[in-house]
Design a protein around this ligand. Sequence first.
Ligand SMILES: Nc1ncnc2c1ncn2[C@@H]1O[C@H](COP(=O)(O)OP(=O)(O)OP(=O)(O)O)[C@@H](O)[C@H]1O
Ligand SMILES: [Mg+2]
Length: 293
Amino acid sequence: MSSTVKRYQGSDDYIASEELANIVNAAIALGRPLLVRGEPGTGKTLLAMSIAKALNKKLIVWNIKSTSKAKDGLYVYDTVQRLNDARFGDKDVSNIENYIRLGELGQAFASDEQVVLLIDEIDKADIEFPNDLLNELDEMSFKIIETGREIKAKTRPIVIITSNNEKELPDAFLRRCVFHYIEFPDRELMRRIVEVHYPNLEEKFINQVLDKFYELRSINTLKKKPSTSELIDWIGVLLRFGISEERLAEEIPFLGTLVKKEQDLMEVIRVEHQKAYGEANPKSYETFGRRYY
Ligand SMILES: Nc1ncnc2c1ncn2[C@@H]1O[C@H](COP(=O)(O)OP(=O)(O)OP(=O)(O)O)[C@@H](O)[C@H]1O
Ligand SMILES: [Mg+2]
């Protein structure tokens, strides 16, 4: 990489581990898409925003849905508008180019300056979707069939693709990407992430919060463990309601911001109750639950 190229190291609102920053820089140097996987709420989407911010580039976001088609990301030919104009308008409809709308990938290629393109949640689309993008992502160019115009990237966009692992991605697609799995942050990294969101927390308070949070995550029977985004929300509510670290030592107020499944709520209460009273003495189970509202 030339020394003039700015290296990514995270941004003021996003903490990137050294490993993550390295792989981002490697993907940029290779000009290959970076495929990021990881639990929900571990900062996959935010990573692309952070890269754009840190490297001072425009961000184009392509949110993938179950109905998304790869070619719509290149361009769509707005035949309906053209027909309407032909029938009711006084516009010149002979120039088809006026009815070509570039999709997100098309805009990223057509941009004069290098952009960051986020293809978010690629696993939401059907299995053909990644395969249909192989050529375009390889060559960073495509042809508009109706007009013959070629859209070719002047500088390869920085492409970040996220996946929640709902579906396996095809091998041919994986081969073309650089891959990173965002590990769930350890306590120290999480402390830095929390500090980005809440810079002036007291040491004792943040320690107590992290104790409770990692204690909850250690309950292996939970269907959906709380993640970074839930922790950030939880701290926000704790601060808003002035919950002290002393109270936190005894209770987990607003548990519903951390644990989102009814079954998991019951499981947390069961485990905590067991810790407090032991298996043999299930007294006051009802009132015990109040510690978690
Ligand atoms: N490394 C980080 N630095 C700062 N904040 C973070 C970091 N990781 C996660 N967060 C916080 O978690 C929230 C969720 O992050 P994000 O939306 O990027 O997660 P995600 O991995 O895309 O989740 P999902 O799979 O549900 O889409 C962010 O808005 C931010 O508050
Ligand atoms: Mg996301």
